[in-house]
Design a protein around this ligand. Structure first.
Ligand code: PAF
Length: 282
């Protein structure tokens, strides 16, 4: 595996890979890799001739009071994991390399960027869209792999790729969960043993909503109420949002349909956790 820090060198290496007609898969990450990330790498390896992964904790997508400084950084361990999966190229630029002094250009996906996580994390999706657009231009992958756990991010990036006529296919891979249902996340590292148990309330609320849909409930407002009540039963959880939306427009639904996105975000201690399911009413 080649590890590259410079944009110019990454461009040269990726162009060389694709010039010979090889398909290039790309998995952008912020590191602290877990099974969820590794499943994206495996999907890329299965679908593409070569795979590039980036590790970059992007300051632009963190708010001033968020966890940028605390965000887990474990480059040596991550690099070993990627090496074991036979990743071809690891791109690990510095902040100065990605955002040289004087950079003033941003990518703003209007409307969608203010929904779900975007409504409680102003500027977050502007940071995500800007860095992913830059990474796409550097790597120019055929396919880019993202996790369904970041459902709003997926909606924003699909919109960006469509609006800017980018030649990349977005591939979305299923959420990877711990045995007890907790969605894997780098931020789970912030939880102590007690909070780790309390965090299960997110997946429990989603499962409850799914169960109610199986029993015939079709009123999104009632389902949101039910999910919100489950979260309220865990006093350690502070709800950010519980919504049922269309997965592309992120607009609240007035009627439950196949593929409706049930999304939740809640704080457990200082950790802001997100989770979601796609409904499949019978
Ligand atoms: O999902 C993430 O880890 C980040 O938002 C991404 C896509 C790597 C951009 O920094």
């Amino acid at each position: 595996m080649r590890t590259i820090q410079s944009v110019a060198e990454m461009k040269a290496v990726c162009r060389e890979i694709t010039r010979g007609g090889n398909t290039l898969g790309f998995v952008p990450t912020m590191g602290a890799l877990h099974e969820g990330h590794l499943s994206l790498v495996r999907a890329s390896k299965a679908q593409c001739r070569a795979t590039a992964v980036s590790i970059f904790v992007n300051p632009l997508q963190f708010g001033p009071t968020e966890d940028l400084d605390k965000y887990p950084r474990m480059m040596e361990r991550d690099s070993k994991l990627l090496e074991e999966l036979n990743v071809d190229v690891l791109f690990a630029p510095t902040v100065g390399e990605m955002y040289p002094p004087g950079a003033t250009t941003y990518v703003e996906v209007a409307d969608l960027s203010g929904k779900l996580d975007g409504s409680s994390r102003p500027g977050h999706f502007r940071g995500v869209a800007t860095v992913v657009a830059k990474l796409f231009e550097t790597v120019r992958p055929d396919r880019a792999f993202f996790g369904q756990k970041d459902a709003a991010q997926v909606a924003v990036l699909r919109r960006m790729v469509c609006d800017l006529d980018m030649d990349v296919e977005i591939v979305v891979c299923p959420i990877v969960r711990e045995k007890d249902g907790l969605a894997m996340s780098s931020r789970n590292a912030y939880l102590n043993a007690e909070q780790r148990q309390q965090a299960l309330v997110l997946s429990r609320a989603l499962m409850r909503v799914s169960h109610e849909v199986d029993l015939g409930e079709r009123d999104p407002r009632r389902l949101v109420e039910i999910g919100t009540c489950v979260i309220a039963e865990e006093p350690a959880a502070r709800l950010d949002y519980f919504e049922i939306v269309d997965p592309a427009s992120l607009q609240p639904l007035s009627e439950i349909s196949r593929g409706a996105l049930v999304a939740v975000a809640a704080f457990i201690g200082n950790a802001r956790l997100i989770d979601n399911i796609l409904l499949a009413p019978r």
